[in-house]
Design a protein around this ligand. Structure first.
Ligand code: NCD
Length: 323
């Protein structure tokens, strides 16, 4: 792995946020700046493989209080690709179990010279709370069902990479919309960049009130699929549900699983995305997950590029704020 210093020629000075807490309040210009910076980092690192010197004097701490495979690894690798030091924190085995408050734990970690805290927590608003109490940068890696901004960004980056622009595309989010932070972040980002968004799933998981966010609501996947340029297939989040939202997983799969048979009605260039983890046979069949429309593993690679961009931009803004 080679390390080289590079010039990131994007207008990074126009980025003024020390934290990335949500996509809801980002403008189209801010979203585009992140996407352009991510594209630049992807190129400069040979497709996210090589290290570059961009954040060598920085330390990034991962504070994950919920399960994670992709997001946690991706943030850690992205930080190290930029030359930053990383710290991994797990709630089990920490002083939280001795009665220390969450804020005290975070403040102690910050006091060790951490520049960026990446936080995942089951309680919505936790990243905002940390941002109010810490001097360092805070990045939301998923707060309950609220938002998962870097997932939204990497989904949008992956679509833009294939299609050039989001303007005028029809993107359907399919599945457990009610409990999905990925859905919320996608909706804000996609709409700001000019896409038409459909949310589709059983009525127990997709209320009509989603229309208030300016999206189309559908309960019929077979009806919307032929119109879509992109299907983003979301996991059924059993761990967040108080009660089962449909009689059986088999019935859900019958109505909403993306199968080869359903794909016969899709546009020939329709993209299949999934934030992962996927439950093969529930949300989609293995033939679809591994088939020619799927860009699921490209999303994972692009996650590194997007997280490199976000880490670099928030660190730059924090530095400008201090000077
Ligand atoms: C998502 C998450 O945790 O919100 N996954 C991810 O970050 N890659 C979606 C999910 O868990 O289904």
């Amino acid at each position: 792995m080679s390390t080289e210093a590079i010039e990131i020629d994007v207008a990074a000075e126009s980025w003024t946020r020390r934290h990335l807490l949500a996509l809801e309040d980002l403008s189209a210009e801010e979203l585009t700046l992140i996407l352009d910076t991510a594209a630049r980092f992807k190129e400069a690192t040979g497709g996210c493989r090589n290290k570059i010197s961009a954040l060598e004097d920085k330390t990034v701490a991962n504070l994950f209080f919920e399960a994670s495979t992709r997001t946690r690894t991706s943030f850690g690798l992205a930080a190290r690709r930029l030359g930053a030091a990383t710290v991994e924190f797990s709630s089990s085995g920490s002083s939280l179990s001795k009665g220390e408050t969450f804020i005290d734990t975070a403040k102690n970690i910050e006091a060790m010279g951490v520049d960026v805290v990446v936080v995942r927590h089951r309680t919505p608003g936790t990243p905002q709370l940390l941002a109010q109490n810490l001097d360092c940068s805070v990045i939301n890696a998923g707060d309950g069902p609220h938002e998962h901004p870097t997932q939204g960004l990497l989904d949008i980056f992956s679509i833009r990479e294939r299609r050039g622009s989001l303007q005028g595309l029809t993107v359907a989010l399919v599945g457990d919309i009610a409990h999905s932070r990925t859905a919320r972040s996608n909706i804000w980002g996609l709409k700001a960049l000019g896409a038409h968004v459909i949310v589709c799933g059983p009525s127990t998981l997709v209320s009509r009130r989603w229309e208030e966010l300016g999206v189309e609501v559908s309960y019929d996947l077979d009806d919307v699929l032929p119109r879509c340029d992109v299907l983003n297939v979301l996991r059924i989040q059993f761990e967040r549900q108080q009660m089962r939202p449909f009689p059986s997983v088999r019935e859900y799969a019958h109505l909403y699983a993306v199968t080869q048979e359903r794909m016969a009605k899709a546009k020939p260039d329709m993209l299949i995305l999934a934030p992962g983890p996927i439950n093969r046979g529930v949300e989609m069949t293995p033939e679809v997950a591994d088939g020619p429309h799927s860009i699921i593993l490209h999303q994972v690679t692009n996650g590194l590029a997007v997280r490199m961009a976000v880490l670099w931009l928030v660190c730059g803004a924090a530095q400008r704020e201090r000077s």
